[in-house]
Structures are given as C-alpha cells and as structure tokens.
Write a protein that binds this ligand. Structure first.
Ligand SMILES: [Zn+2]
Length: 363
C-alpha cells in the first residue's frame, strides 16, 4: 500500500509539473491528455510501475484535474506538489465491477486481502486508501438501506428543558443557562506537554533517518489522539444539547475577529466553534429540536440577566456584579441566561448566585 501511495504521489507530482510547464507554453492541459502522454511515453521508462495497479495513476490524474478545476472556480488553492508522508493516499477500483466489503476481511483489487479493525458491510465502486499516523484507512461510498432503525433517521426525543442558552467559554467548554457546566477537555494540557516533548525529540534526530521517521509517526499519533479527544467532547456536548432541549440558543461568534485577540485564539480554535454550530444544526434537526443563533452584536455578557442593566465586562472579570439589582453571578452563566432570554420564552429569570453555577456541573 505504501508503494501504491508512492506511485500515486509520483504521478500526481509528475502531472502537476507537466501541467505547469504546458500552461506556461500556452497549452490547455487536462487530466485525459496527461494520462495519454503518461501511458505512451513516460510509463514505459519506469519498469517498477508495471508491478503496481494502473488504476492508481488514472485516479491521480483525475484528482489533479479536479484540483485545478476547483482552483479555476476560485474554490481552492493552486494545486501543490505532494510530499512523502503527508496525506499519503491512492484510489483503486475493480475495472467497473463493484467491490464487496463484508466483515473484517476484504479482498481488494490488486492489493489482495486486508483486515480491518471494524466490520464493514458495503458495496462500492472505488476505494481510497490513506495513511494517517502510521495506520491505514479505507474510505468508500456505499449505499445503505433505509430502515426505521437506522441510527441516522431523524427521531424526536423527549425534552427535559424547553429553552437553553449556551455560552461557549474560555475557561470552560460551555456553560448552560440551566447552570450546568461542561469543563474544557482536560487531557489536552497533558497531551500538549507530550506533544512538545515529542516535537523536541524529533528535532534532535537526523532528518530522514529511520529514527526520525519513527519519531514523526509518534508525533502524528499524538496529534491524532488530541484531535480525537477534542472531537469526542464536542460530540458529547452537542448530542446532549440536541437530545434534551427543545430550543438551543447560541451566540454567533465572530471567530476571525476573536482569533486576532491572541489570548482568546487558542481556546476558541481548540474547541472549534464552527464545528460546534455545524453539529448542533444537524443534531437539533435529527432529534426534533431547534437551533437559534443570536446576532453577534447582542450584548450577552454585558447585560444583567436579572434587571437588564448594561455594563462593560473586560475578559478578566469572571463574575458579573450588578450595581442596579445587586445580582452577583458567574460571567458565563449570566451570558447563557441572556441567550436563553433572547428568544422571548423566559422561564424564571435567575436570582442565582455565582456559587450555584458549579452545582450542576457535568462532565
Ligand atoms: Zn441587575
């Protein structure tokens, strides 16, 4: 598989350099022309290619053509040369016949038998095989029969709370207007120290030596672990929100503006606001709820959730102390209650003190 991925990369890069050269000379290249030149003139010069599947270069050129198409449409960057070890992948098919995946063990065209860690049931036309942090992944498109028990079929769930406001925080992942708090993902700090250590170890190795490659894989595995932990926490939060609440109210964060503020940058980027919103959108639909996104200029953290008084709230102030009504409340909880109230379905606006906010803590 590594050979095939290498073959795919070779062809992609070959095609890209020819494409660039042809373009400079005033020609209009396309994937089909590239393939013709390659099979007639280039492939015979490299005997090692005979031992590998010819599907690989066909798909490499198709992918290159698609990449240029996206570039010309303004949807993507100009295609760049692929590097070894960075998203190694290749695509194969079965010459028009379907590929059957069944159980743990699969007979792939040209590659032979491979075993997977999970059973797969699918019939597909083509398979893309890619390497991530030393492990190989199969991806394919398949059809699945529509059945009422299908986990992706929308099903309404009973809701325990009618309306909930959610404030995404810096110190915490999310604070709910019900007082529940989702803590930031803890393993991340630990994992980050480990990332830094692996990065240091890598920098001390001779580049492209076998120990260097081992360190690269170790580092990539740690990166993947961190990404998985983060994804898991976010999915649990959005599922919980969508399943148990009729209306979920969130704030439309101006992420690019906030990323300019360096202190905020890390936590927001880590916790992925866009992904949070995307998941909530489809999960609320799935569980029969509704997502309300409040305008980003709504002063959710500056407003007193009890009397409506507005005051400036610098980021370092963690408690909202209202001079008008004397309310003292956790900053994030105050914001989440304001979000909930923003939909106009106010349910007993708070008199909670800051200490109460930790009461419903939830991991
Ligand atoms: Zn007040």
């Amino acid at each position: 598989m590594a050979q095939h991925a290498g073959y795919s990369r070779w062809c992609y890069n070959w095609g890209l350099s020819l494409w660039n050269a042809a373009y400079k000379d005033g020609y209009k290249p396309n994937a089909r022309k590239l393939r013709k030149v390659f099979t007639n003139h280039t492939k015979p010069l490299y005997p090692w290619m005979k031992n590998l599947s010819s599907k690989v270069y066909q798909y490499a050129f198709i992918n290159l053509g698609e990449a240029f198409k996206r570039f010309f449409q303004g949807l993507g960057k100009r295609p760049r040369f692929k590097k070894k070890g960075k998203s190694d992948s290749f695509t194969i098919d079965n010459c028009g016949k379907p590929i059957e995946l069944n159980g743990w063990s699969h007979k792939l065209p040209f590659i032979g038998i491979v075993k997977t860690y999970e059973p797969i049931e699918a019939t597909t036309q083509k398979i893309t095989i890619s390497r991530q942090a030393g492990d190989w992944y199969l991806s394919c498109r398949g059809e699945r029969p529509f059945a009422p028990t299908n986990e992706f079929t929308p099903t309404s769930t009973p809701k325990t709370t009618e309306v909930v406001g959610v404030d995404l925080g810096i110190k915490t992942l999310a604070t709910l207007s019900t007082g529940e708090v989702f803590e930031s993902v803890k393993p991340y700090k630990k994992a980050q120290n480990r990332l830094a250590k692996l990065q240091r170890q890598l920098s001390r190795k001779v580049k492209h030596s076998s120990n260097w490659y081992k360190a690269v894989v170790k580092l990539a595995k740690q990166h993947r672990r961190v990404a998985n932990i983060r994804r898991d926490a976010l999915n649990k939060l959005t599922t919980y929100l969508a399943k148990n609440h009729g209306i979920v109210v969130i704030e439309d964060l101006n992420v690019s503006g906030m990323l300019a503020n360096h202190k905020l940058a890390k936590s927001i980027a880590d916790q992925g606001f866009y992904e949070f919103r995307r998941q909530l959108e489809y999960k609320c639909q799935c569980y029969g709820g509704e997502l309300v996104v409040v305008d980003r200029f709504f002063p959710s953290s500056k407003t007193c959730s009890s009397c409506g008084h507005v005051q400036d709230m610098p980021l370092n102030i963690r408690t909202y102390d209202c001079p008008e009504c004397g309310l003292s409340i956790d900053r994030d909880l105050n914001a989440s209650i304001n979000l909930r109230n923003a939909v106009g379905l106010t349910v007993n606006a708070c008199g909670r003190s800051a200490a109460d906010s930790s009461g419903g803590s939830r991991k």
